[in-house]
Design a protein around this ligand. Structure first.
Ligand SMILES: [Zn+2]
Length: 242
């Protein structure tokens, strides 16, 4: 499935003084070769909402594709969490398939291995509770260890789907995304994501849908007015187009 434009996001969960960064976005130096233009560094995006990347202590990785783990070393004091199924996939036979390997960067995978040897990664296995109000759900298929997060916010429960659902329409119509590790598992995970939101699309945040950038209020902007930090925990300000 191809649906036009796609946006690269990362997310931050904040409760009081506790901060959890979810994914680290794409590496700016690698983006032009992939036809992408970096808009803002992850350090500057976080600084805009009062968070210093160098001080972040918790980074949850939803999967290891290049557009999600491109800035691991922007978080020198962080501990990282990732599904063990993802780590096994990206360091084993799955990567002999060029089609699957194409969504990863060898140096970034090697950096993850380095973090293992630095005692800075905890491996997850399936579903569980990550923090108070933050549950992780294994949604395999797009990648072997793709994970979504069920998050309790002050205005209700959200499913941060990451790439278990790239686009709202993908989930609504059970469409097969073009990049996958296991197509049937990916479709099953789409269905599970839909079951999680029980028909309330305002509770789903897909991983790359441009609609997220105008549906939710922005807390910070680029100098040209484009939104940077979106408050997906608040009620949408525009309706959804499916
Ligand atoms: Zn992905």
């Amino acid at each position: 499935m191809r649906i036009g434009e796609w946006i690269i996001f990362f997310w931050m969960l904040r409760s009081g003084t506790e901060v959890i960064v979810v994914d680290t976005g794409a590496n700016a130096a690698k983006m032009p070769a992939k036809g992408r233009t970096p808009l803002i560094s992850i350090e500057d995006a976080l600084a805009g909402v009062g968070v210093k990347a160098q001080d972040v202590s918790q980074v949850f990785l939803t999967h290891a594709h290049w557009d999600h783990i491109g800035n691991l070393d922007s978080f020198p004091k962080a501990h990282f969490w990732i599904q063990q199924a993802e780590m096994a996939s990206i360091t084993g036979p799955d990567m002999t398939f060029a089609k699957i390997r194409g969504a990863y960067q060898a140096d970034e995978v090697q950096r993850l291995v380095g973090l293992v040897y630095e005692d800075r990664i905890t491996f997850l296995d399936g579903d569980g509770c990550f923090a108070d109000g933050v549950d992780y759900l294994l949604m395999p298929g797009h990648s072997a260890g793709q994970t979504a997060l069920r998050i309790s916010t002050t205005s209700g429960q959200l499913l941060l789907a990451s790439d278990a659902v790239h686009y709202y329409r993908e989930a609504a119509e059970e469409l097969c995304f073009l990049a996958f590790n296991d197509a049937k598992a990916m479709l099953s995970s789409l269905r599970r994501c839909k079951a999680e939101i029980a028909g309330d699309w305002d509770r789903m945040i897909p991983g790359h849908d441009p609609q997220v950038t105008w549906r939710y209020p922005a807390e910070t902007h680029l100098s040209n007015g484009d939104p940077v930090a979106l408050r997906v925990d608040l009620a949408p300000i525009k309706g959804l187009e499916l």
